[in-house]
Write a protein that binds this ligand. Structure first.
Ligand code: URA
Ligand code: URA
Length: 210
């Protein structure tokens, strides 16, 4: 419930208008310390969307999501199932401004930024959303099960027909380099194969419809 009627209504905005709104946002403290706002990159609309946690140092400096060390690993992981950036996936984050010292975004910051994310999902209109890491999974699915339990499982975005899968955050994979069966990297590879199958199925259905 929005007691003070302060929730911005972005439902009529086009994508460029939405991004323009975000660029001037000062709704939380992160607006004060950002170098660049990191809105999102990729085609609009797009069948596949990924939501991370928040910009890190490199992202803040360049205004582009997932381009630091974790981002480079993410790019490689996506390429392993033939998903190319920026053409095949729209990438954004829970918060659009870098949390100082890369801390986890607070609830206030997450809530302040959420209307932008909701509007992005509406405009990108994805069939599949990947949630990278625990904060993204918790924010979008509104559940608190550990990421180790829910990764690789399909959920529906509440109130929609969009399929959602939590996956490990690439930063976590950088800290866990083993590829042994059962390791986080191995599990992520299983998840990626599942995602590839789902994308192939979507493509197949589209071809049948045309
Ligand atoms: N980690 C994230 O969650 N998002 C980015 O954009 C970069 C690193
Ligand atoms: N903890 C997290 O926050 N993210 C992961 O991907 C794994 C563990």
């Amino acid at each position: 419930m929005d007691l003070f009627n302060t929730t911005p209504d972005f439902s009529s905005l086009s994508y460029p208008e939405l991004e323009k709104e975000a660029q001037k946002c000062q709704k939380c403290v992160l607006g004060k310390t950002r170098t660049n706002l990191v809105f999102g990159v990729g085609p609009v609309p797009c069948d596949l969307m990924l939501i991370g946690e928040g910009p890190g140092e490199q992202e803040d400096l360049q205004g582009i999501p997932f381009i630091g060390k974790a981002g480079q690993l993410l790019t490689k992981i996506l390429e392993s199932i033939d998903i190319k950036r920026p053409d095949d996936i729209y990438i954004s984050n829970i918060v659009k401004c870098r949390p100082p010292e890369n801390r986890t975004p607070s609830n206030d910051e997450t809530e302040a930024c959420y209307p932008f994310l909701e509007a992005q999902i509406r405009l990108v209109n994805p069939k599949i959303i990947l949630l990278a890491g625990a904060p993204a999974a918790k924010t979008i699915l509104k559940i608190s099960e550990p990421i180790t339990k829910i990764r690789g499982q399909w959920f529906k975005l509440p109130g929609t027909d969009i399929s959602v899968m939590p996956i490990f955050h690439p930063s976590y994979l950088l800290r866990n380099q083993s590829k042994e069966p059962g390791s986080p990297k191995w599990q992520t590879w299983q998840d990626m194969k599942e995602i590839r199958n789902a994308l192939d199925f979507i493509k197949h259905v589209k071809e049948l419809e045309n």
